[in-house]
Design a protein around this ligand. Structure first.
Ligand code: ATP
Ligand code: MG
Length: 473
């Protein structure tokens, strides 16, 4: 239940100081948007947005007069950012948006005098409230009631609002996921009808809303219940729908299997799965439809689907401008979700080395962490197959034990983990400087990973000299 009102103590000191500075200069100012919504829910966020009747130059002057640092961060749209007690506060002049000729951004913004006009241009009732420590809550569209009822409702005519800015379609889904809310029927009808217009929205805006959906852990709800929207945002998912796997290992089509894997990683991680694991669960089988073949017994196969999935995932994440540090481990999880392994050190080390080469992580411990997530993905994958295949999830406990052991003993899977370096190889084995040195080290690494040679200088150099003689080099 939302609070009946917001107590003054909930407001961060830096926001109150920014309000005071504006009002001391004779302007009106309110806290607006997400902070008000979350404060009414009893969980105020850290970010505070303020809106004011002052023009940006006046806001700037008011902060300067109060000795507050201020930056011109978006003056075209009337925004300056004040730094109060080290915290940034965005301050924007009351405005309404002009026409949206491209459903992307307003052609212009017009500054206005009345805060209610500013609230009216906001997307959903729960986001269209303003609050002031003395004047209280300003809620012209029934946001508090919708918050209590758990409803996302467009401000004004929903069809028009989605036509103005199609990104709001995805924002509605994001807020529904995040707050666990339902979407009000007229808003839902309008957004379903407009789903395809997401095509006109810049891909990086879509990417950032999709991240917002994925991090809630409820993206499977979004794909189940808001399918046209999610398919418009991620067209790569569409071929998975209803795709009959024709396999004794599967009882669900590719999309239903995927949704169950997404739900599986949530339950296996008690709802605390990392963002990359959530993306990987969503994308792990995205390569399947393109790799489908049927053998002479009528059984379906998906040979090569992890590599195809990797290519599709990489392309899609790049298009959405997902940062490289996030996309690399996602792509590695997709690529190796299905690689057969044994619960032995050599087999696991070989998988770790492959994951490491693609995952873009620096520290060894980070790679072990990613491997744990890979095992979680595999467990969820097994549990979402035919009943006879689900026992594999328990076999993976053995794999996890081997992984624990590798993490504890610092077993090696990188050339840099070897007890010898290039110079040792040149000096002790008589290998000439050049590519042969790297080749020798990588042969030594394979031998150490396979358990044939211990990771110490004497053994490695002796083995290299021996294998040199054998290969005649
Ligand atoms: P979050 O906690 O996710 O940041 P938020 O409500 O603060 O939630 P923002 O995207 O930061 O969301 O936007 C701040 C406010 O600006 C929103 O609460 C809403 O009032 C308004 N807003 C943002 N984007 C749009 C949009 N595309 N159309 C209309 N109003 C918008
Ligand atoms: Mg915000």
């Amino acid at each position: 239940m939302p609070q009946a009102s917001i107590s003054r103590d909930l407001a961060p000191a830096h926001a109150l100081r920014a309000l005071d500075a504006l009002e001391a200069a004779g302007h009106e100012a309110w806290i607006v948007g997400g902070w008000v919504r979350d404060a009414l829910r009893g969980c105020p966020a850290h970010d505070v947005d303020i809106c004011t009747d002052a023009m940006w130059q006046q806001s700037e002057a008011a902060f300067e007069a109060a000795g507050i640092e201020v930056h011109e961060t978006g003056v075209k749209h009337g925004t300056v950012t004040a730094i109060v007690c080290g915290e940034p506060v965005e301050v924007t002049t009351y405005r309404v948006d002009g026409d949206y000729s491209d459903a992307r951004h307003p052609d212009s913004v017009t500054f206005v005098r009345d805060v209610r006009e500013d609230l009216a241009r906001r997307d959903f009732t729960v986001n269209a409230m303003a609050w002031h420590p003395d004047r209280g809550l300003l809620d012209p569209f029934g946001g508090r009631q919708d918050l209590a009822a758990g409803v996302i409702r467009a401000v004004g005519d929903p069809a028009l609002r989605f036509k103005e800015d199609a990104l709001r379609i995805l924002r509605a889904v994001r807020f529904a996921c995040r707050l666990g809310f339902a979407i009000e029927p007229a808003t839902q009808a309008a957004l379903s009808a407009a789903a395809q217009t997401l095509d006109h929205v810049a891909q990086e805006r879509i990417g950032s809303e999709l991240r917002g959906i994925v991090v809630t852990g409820r993206a499977s709800w979004a794909v189940r219940e808001q399918r046209p929207v999610m398919f418009a945002a991620l067209p790569e998912l569409a071929p998975m729908e209803g795709f009959d796997q024709r396999s004794p290992y599967h009882v669900y089509d590719v999309l239903e299997h995927t949704l169950r894997v997404m739900e599986g990683v949530e339950s296996l991680s008690s709802g605390r799965a990392s963002e990359r694991l959530r993306w990987a669960a969503l994308l792990h089988d995205v390569g399947k439809p393109a790799c489908f073949t049927v053998d002479e017994h009528g059984q379906g196969h998906f040979f090569g689907h992890p590599a195809e999935g990797m290519r599709i995932a990489r392309r899609l994440l790049r298009r959405l401008a997902i940062p490289h540090e996030l996309s690399q481990p996602i792509v590695a999880l997709v690529r190796y979700h299905d690689r057969p392994t044994q619960p032995t050190e050599p087999s696991m080390l070989s998988l770790i080395a492959s994951v490491d080469a693609m995952g873009g992580l620096h520290e060894r411990d980070e790679v072990i962490g990613l491997m744990r997530e890979l095992l979680c993905l595999r467990r969820a994958d097994a549990l979402a197959k035919a009943p006879e295949c689900r026992g594999y999830a328990y076999e993976l406990n053995e794999h996890e034990r081997v992984l624990d052991h590798i993490g504890r003993t610092r077993a090696c899977w990188r050339v840099s983990d070897l007890a010898v370096g290039g110079r040792d190889v040149i000096e002790a084995c008589g290998i000439a400087p050049g590519p042969a040195v790297g080749e020798a080290l990588s042969r030594a690494l394979s031998a150490v990973m396979a358990g044939k040679v211990g990771n110490n200088r004497e053994e490695i150099l002796a083995w290299l000299s021996g294998s040199q003689n054998q290969t005649g080099r």
